[in-house]
Ligand binder design. Structure first.
Ligand SMILES: O=C(O)CCC(=O)C(=O)O
Ligand SMILES: [Fe+2]
Length: 204
């Protein structure tokens, strides 16, 4: 029966207008996911960044860390993140994600949602340095949270809700960042920690 659980994950296409979305549940499984989670919790230099929105400073309601090739620095909302050099575990995850998505990445943003009060507000990853149709691969470890997507213009389209569970890999491509925003909002029910890794390609 063990072999059942060793089969590689299968891509599920999420049908959506103006977006290219695929999810692979079980891209990684226990006990790998728990080991990755623990190692990343311990070895990552987590920071709570300050962002400037409309001239006001805010502490982001989550911790983050930016890793990448030298030169892949990343600027958003008044923060410039210089990448930390790749670690062994992140290099390993990166090459697995590259193989599964047939895409190369030169950077990864790690987010740690410590509990149900941590969140990321509505945004799209549409910085010029990401290019016009970026491919972004997003790995979830730990507690599952609801990943929401809403179309920027088509108010007639329902928001999409994806339950990103431990070990799942989400791929966003095509016009997704152009036409949709996404968010992971605060929740009422208690939640344990979740780490999300978004692999990206910064044009340098
Ligand atoms: O935590 C997530 O699933 C999404 C994170 C995200 O949207 C981002 O880092 O840009
Ligand atoms: Fe994002």
């Amino acid at each position: 029966m063990d072999t059942l659980f060793d089969t590689p994950g299968i891509w599920e296409t999420i049908p959506a207008i103006d977006a290219e979305l695929r999810v692979m549940p079980g891209f990684y499984r226990q006990p790998d996911t728990a080991a990755f989670m623990q190692q990343l919790l311990e070895e990552t230099p987590w920071q709570q960044e300050t962002i400037t929105l409309w001239g006001k400073q805010h502490l982001q309601p989550r911790l983050s860390a930016w890793y990448g090739d030298p030169g892949s620095s990343y600027a958003y909302s008044g923060v410039v993140l210089e990448p930390h050099p790749w670690t062994e575990i992140l290099q390993r995850i990166k090459s697995d994600v590259e193989a599964a998505t047939s895409t190369r990445y030169n950077s990864v943003l790690l987010n740690l949602y410590r509990d149900e009060n941590d969140s990321v507000g509505w945004h799209s990853d549409a910085e010029p340095a990401l290019g016009s149709c970026p491919v972004i691969a997003s790995l979830t470890l730990g507690e599952s949270r609801t990943f929401r997507l809403r179309h920027k213009l088509r108010k007639d389209l329902k928001p999409l809700l994806l339950d990103l569970a431990d070990g799942s890999l989400l791929l966003m491509a095509g016009k997704t960042q152009h036409c949709w925003q996404h968010a992971v909002l605060k929740e009422r029910a208690p939640r344990g920690p979740r780490i999300n890794l978004t692999f990206r390609t910064i044009r340098t």
